[in-house]
Design a protein around this ligand. Structure first.
Ligand code: NAI
Length: 709
C-alpha cells in the first residue's frame, strides 16, 4: 500500500500505492504504513532526502470518509488521532532533511496537506489534476495542518477563500497562487524532485515558520489582516447566515492560528476539526453530498440484468432553452445530436447556444478552436424528421402542451427503430398520459433536466406506468454518459422535484397573502439556507407559468382540485396587475435595466403587512418543514422510492440547504417524533398541508428514523 525504496544516492522514495482502491485515500491502515515509511526515512542516516509520490494516476485524494465517520464517533479518540497526524506531518517538517512532494496528479484535502508539510511541492503538468482543500464543501475543515500552513505560505487573503470555498485548481493555477513551487513535464517529475533534493534541498529544508522572526503574512494583528478578517467575516455571514459552523471554525482557525506559533496553531486546528466532525451539519453534508450523490452516480438503483446501453446518436425535438442546453450536454459527451425545431432558424439558434458556451470556454482557456469545431460538427440542426433515423434516444423539449407533444412523439417514432427510447423533458405533465401518444409506451420515459442545463447537474428520471425496466436502465446509462446525476421517481403531477420545490414558493406567496411583510419572507428564506427567497423564485419561474400550471391542474382534476393560498396572489398579480415575473421586468420585484432588483413598492398596497409580524424561527419552519412534509408524502405515495434520491434531488435540483442534508435528512435531524409534533401544531395554525402523513406518524410511534440503518 505504501512502497519504500532507497537508491544509491541516498534518495528515499515513499510511494502511495493502494492497489485495492481506485484512488489513494488516508485511513487508519494507509496512514500507519505511511508513518512507518516516514520514520524509517527520517531515522536512516544514509537517507539524504525523501520523495513522496504515488503510483496511481492521482496523488492522494484525501481522507477515507467512511473511516473518518466511524473513527470520529468518539470525540476524545478523534482528537488523539488528529494530534497524532499533526505530529507526523510536523516531524516531516522538522526532519532535518528535505522532503519533496512529487505530485503526479490530483492532491486534495489530506493529500494536499501532505504536500504542505513537505519542503517543496513539484507538480506534473496535468491540466486535469486538481489541487486544493475541499473539506469545507462537506461541512469539515482541513484538519491536517491546512488552515495553518497555507496562510503561512501564501498569506491570509489568498488562503482564506481557497479554504472557505473549498476551491480546487489545476497545477498552473496553483503555481500562480503560490500553493506549489514548480510545474514540470510529467516525464520529468521524479528526476526534478531528485535533483532538488540533492541540490538546493540539502541547504533549504527549514520552513519559514521555523525560522527566527517569522511573521504570518497578513496575521490578524496586522492592519491588512484586520481588514481581511473584518471583511471576510461580514461576507461569510451574508452568505451563510451562520448556518455552516465549519465555515465559522475555519475563520477561527486562521484568525487564532495567525497569532500563535505553528505548534499551537495546529492544536487549535485539531480542536475545531473534531468539533466539525461532531456536528450534524457535517454528517448531513457528508451523507448526501458525498455518499448519496456517489451512489446515484454509480447508478445504484439501475435495474439489474439489463446490458449497458452505449450511445452514439440522439435526437432532440425543440431547440429552445432546454433543447439547446441538452444538445450542449450530449455533444460535450461526444454524442451526435440531431436538433430539430419547426424552423431551420430556430434549430440553428439552438446550436448557436453550444457555440456560445464554447466561446466562453476558449476565452477561459478551457477549450481550443479545434475543440469547438469538433463539438459543433456533432450537432445537426434540422426541421426534417427523416434525420432522426438511427437515433438510439429522442428527447422532446417542445412547448409544454399535450397536443404538440403528442404530435412530435408520433412523427419521431415513425422514423425510429422499435428499440429506440422516447423521452419527454416535460416539467409538469404526467408521463403516463403523454405516453398515450406513443406506439411503444414501454420505451417511453421522462428525462427532466434543470435549467440552465450546462450548470445544473441533476436529471430526474420519471417512470411512467408502462415504462419497462429495460428503458429505465438504458435511460440511466444515458444520464451517466452525459455526466449528470440521475434520481429515479415514479409518475405523479410535478413528479418529485417540481412538486416539492413548489411548496416552498407557494408557502412564501401564502404568507404574503396573510400579511407577512415581503422583505421578511425573502430574507428569512435565505436565512433558512435557501439560495433565493420564495418571491424572487416565483418571479424567476414566472408568475404567469405558475398561474397557467394551476389552471391546467384545475381543468385536469375537476372536483378533486385543491386550491392553495397562493392562488389569489397569482390571480391578482397576473390577471389584474400584469406583473408576470422577471422576464417581463416586473413581478414581486422591479427589475430596472440598469440596477439591482428591488421589491415592488406596490406590494404594500395590495398585500398590506399585518402590524404583528411572525417570529423569524416560525417563518423558517414554515418554509423548510413544508418541503419535508411534502417529501414524506412523496415517499408514502411511492413517487420517490429511495430516500437518498430525495435528499440528492432536493439539494441538486432546487438548492435545498445542504447543511440540512436534504428534505429527508432534515426530518431525521429534527427527529421524527418532534417533527411530527411540530407539524401537527402547524397544521392547526396554518392548515392541513402541514399534517404529517401516516408514514411519519408510524415512524414516530415506532421510534424509527430514516437513516438509522
Ligand atoms: P422554449 O419555448 O424555450 O422552447 C421550445 C422549443 O420548441 C421552441 O424552440 C419551439 O420553436 C420548439 N417547438 C415548439 N413546437 C414545436 C414543434 N411542433 N416541432 C418542433 N419544435 C417545436 O421552452 P423550454 O423552456 O425549452 O421548455 C421546453 C420543455 O422543457 C417544456 O416541456 C418545459 O416544460 C420543459 N422544461 C422547462 C424547464 C425550464 O426551466 N424552462 C425546466 C425543465 C423542463
Amino acid at each position: 500500500m505504501i512502497d519504500y525504496n532507497v537508491d544509491g544516492d541516498g534518495v528515499a522514495t515513499i510511494t502511495w500505492n493502494m492497489a485495492d482502491r481506485p484512488m489513494n485515500v488516508m485511513n487508519g491502515e494507509s496512514l500507519a504504513a505511511f508513518r512507518d515509511a516516514v520514520y524509517r526515512a527520517i531515522q536512516d542516516k544514509a537517507v539524504k532526502g525523501v520523495i513522496i509520490t504515488s503510483a496511481k494516476s492521482d496523488f492522494v485524494a484525501g481522507a477515507d470518509l467512511v473511516n473518518l465517520l466511524k473513527e470520529s464517533k468518539d470525540a476524545a479518540k478523534a482528537l488523539q488521532n488528529s494530534f497524532a497526524l499533526q505530529k507526523l506531518f510536523r516531524d516531516i517538517e522538522k526532519a532535518g532533511k528535505p522532503f519533496v512532494a512529487a505530485m503526479n496528479g490530483t492532491a486534495l484535502g489530506g493529500g494536499y496537506e501532505i504536500c504542505l508539510a513537505c519542503h517543496r511541492r513539484i507538480a506534473a503538468d496535468n491540466p486535469k489534476a486538481l489541487i486544493g482543500l475541499p473539506e469545507a464543501t462537506i461541512g469539515l475543515l482541513p484538519g491536517a495542518g491546512g488552515t495553518q500552513r497555507l496562510p503561512r505560505m501564501i498569506g491570509v487573503s489568498k488562503a482564506l477563500p481557497m479554504i472557505l470555498e473549498g476551491k480546487k485548481v489545476d497545477p498552473k493555477t496553483a503555481l500562480g497562487l503560490g500553493m506549489i513551487d514548480e510545474v514540470v513535464a510529467p516525464g520529468e517529475l521524479l528526476s526534478r524532485a531528485r535533483a532538488w533534493l540533492l541540490g538546493d534541498g540539502q541547504h533549504n529544508h527549514v520552513k519559514p515558520w521555523d525560522q527566527k522572526g517569522f511573521r504570518v503574512p497578513e496575521a490578524a494583528n496586522t492592519p491588512k489582516g484586520a481588514q481581511v478578517f473584518t471583511a471576510g467575516n461580514a461576507m461569510l455571514h451574508a452568505k451563510t447566515f451562520g448556518n455552516y459552523p465549519n465555515a465559522q471554525y475555519i475563520m477561527s482557525c486562521v484568525y487564532e492560528g495567525t497569532l500563535v506559533d505553528i505548534d499551537t496553531g495546529l492544536k487549535i486546528e485539531s480542536r475545531y476539526f473534531v468539533a466539525c466532525t461532531q456536528s450534524k451539519e457535517a454528517r448531513n453534508m457528508i451523507r448526501s453530498l458525498f455518499f448519496s450523490i456517489g451512489e446515484a452516480n454509480k447508478l445504484a438503483n439501475r435495474p439489474k440484468n439489463v446490458p449497458t446501453q452505449t450511445y452514439t446518436r440522439i435526437g432532440i425535438l425543440g431547440a429552445g432553452m432546454m433543447g439547446a442546453g441538452i444538445a450542449w450536454a450530449a455533444s460535450s459527451a461526444g454524442l451526435q445530436v440531431v436538433l430539430l425545431d419547426s424552423t431551420q432558424e430556430a434549430a440553428e439558434k439552438g446550436k448557436a447556444y453550444t457555440a456560445g458556451l464554447l466561446d466562453k470556454r476558449i476565452k477561459a482557456k478551457r477549450a481550443s478552436e479545434a475543440d469547438k469545431e469538433k463539438q459543433l460538427g456533432l450537432i445537426k440542426p434540422t426541421t426534417s424528421y427523416d434525420d432522426l433515423k438511427g437515433c438510439e434516444l429522442v428527447i422532446e423539449a417542445v412547448f409544454e402542451d399535450r397536443a404538440i407533444k403528442a404530435d412530435v412523439t408520433k412523427k419521431a417514432e415513425a422514423q425510429l427503430e422499435p428499440t429506440a427510447i422516447f423521452a419527454s423533458n416535460t416539467s409538469t405533465l404526467p408521463i403516463t398520459g403523454l405516453a398515450e401518444a406513443s406506439a411503444r409506451p414501454a420505451n417511453f420515459i421522462g428525462l427532466h433536466f434543470f435549467s440552465p442545463v450546462d450548470k445544473m447537474p441533476l436529471v430526474e428520471i420519471i417512470r411512467g406506468r408502462q415504462t419497462s425496466d429495460e428503458t429505465l436502465a438504458r435511460a440511466m446509462d444515458f444520464a451517466k454518459k452525459i455526466r449528470k446525476t440521475p434520481i429515479v421517481v415514479n409518475d405523479s403531477r410535478g413528479f418529485y422535484t417540481s412538486r416539492v420545490f413548489a411548496t416552498y414558493v407557494t408557502e412564501g406567496l401564502t404568507m404574503l397573502a396573510e400579511g407577512v411583510a415581503p422583505a421578511l419572507i425573502e430574507n428569512v428564506g435565505r436565512m433558512a439556507g435557501m439560495p433565493v427567497g420564495p418571491l424572487a423564485l416565483a418571479d424567476e419561474v414566472s408568475l404567469e407559468l405558475m398561474h397557467r400550471v394551476r389552471s391546467q391542474a384545475k381543468k385536469d382534476l375537476g372536483a378533486a382540485y385543491k386550491a392553495d393560498g397562493s392562488e389569489p396572489v397569482l390571480q391578482l398579480m397576473v390577471e389584474k396587475l400584469g406583473r408576470i415575473g422577471k422576464k417581463a421586468g416586473k413581478g414581486f420585484y422591479d427589475y430596472p435595466a440598469d440596477g439591482r432588483k428591488r421589491l415592488w413598492p406596490g406590494l404594500a398596497q395590495h398585500f398590506p403587512a399585518k402590524p404583528e409580524q411572525p417570529a423569524l424561527e416560525d417563518v423558517i419552519k414554515r418554509l423548510i418543514y413544508i418541503q419535508s412534509v411534502e417529501t414524506a408524502r412523496c415517499l408514502e405515495e411511492k413517487v420517490v422510492i429511495d430516500i437518498r434520491d430525495a435528499d440528492v434531488g432536493s439539494i441538486m435540483g432546487w438548492g435545498f440547504p445542504p447543511f440540512r442534508g436534504g428534505t429527508v435528512s432534515n426530518i431525521d435531524t429534527v427527529g421524527v417524533t418532534p417533527f411530527v409534533a411540530e407539524c401537527d401544531k402547524m397544521a392547526q395554525v396554518y392548515g392541513p398541508r402541514f399534517a404529517p402523513p401516516k408514514l411519519l406518524r408510524e415512524m414516530a410511534e415506532q421510534g424509527r428514523s430514516f437513516y438509522a440503518a
